[in-house]
Design a protein around this ligand. Structure first.
Ligand SMILES: NC(=O)c1ccc[n+]([C@@H]2O[C@H](COP(=O)([O-])OP(=O)(O)OC[C@H]3O[C@@H](n4cnc5c(N)ncnc54)[C@H](OP(=O)(O)O)[C@@H]3O)[C@@H](O)[C@H]2O)c1
Length: 125
């Protein structure tokens, strides 16, 4: 399979980290975002040619726009965008605050990435 370039938010742990490990292992390129760069020092050191770390809090819309813009420009193309960063929210609907609901519903990364993705490149899987 030819090399693909991925943009994945929240690669410090969990699904994002697992996916990033497997993609780098098979030879793909990954832009991985974290809030704390020290958590992925091993990836930066282990894959200096194919792993590109960016610091990002996905609740910061301006920062998302800048990082997405920068990454598309730097790498030339991004084939797959994974908006993974987030957390589980548990509780009765009437007990949760509007702010909590807004945070888990944010899809900033996709909103900023879609205009840069040509239809033939978009992942339909
Ligand atoms: N695990 C499940 O059963 C399950 C089920 C359905 C959906 N999900 C969703 O799948 C995603 C990953 O889940 P997981 O279990 O792998 O969770 P996880 O291990 O807690 O990882 C969450 C990742 O998101 C990052 N993150 C959280 N808030 C962020 C923010 N505001 N800005 C930037 N990064 C942020 C965390 O970074 P830090 O290290 O900086 O905290 C971490 O890298 C989440 O969106 C979760 O809601 C999970």
């Amino acid at each position: 399979m030819s090399q693909r370039t991925w943009f994945i938010t929240g690669v410090s742990s969990g699904f994002g980290r697992q996916l990033t490990d497997q993609l780098l292992e098979r030879g793909d390129r990954v832009v991985g975002t974290v809030r704390d760069i020290s958590k992925i020092a091993d990836l930066s050191n282990g894959y200096p040619e194919s792993f590109f770390a960016e610091v990002l809090d996905v609740t910061d819309r301006d920062a998302v726009r800048k990082v997405v813009e920068h990454s598309f420009t730097k790498l030339g193309r991004i084939d797959v965008v994974i908006s993974n960063a987030g957390y589980g929210l548990f509780g009765a609907a009437e007990e949760l605050t509007d702010q909590q609901i807004d945070l888990i519903c944010l899809r900033n990364t996709h909103r900023q990435s879609l205009p840069r993705s040509k239809p033939e490149r978009m992942n339909r899987g």
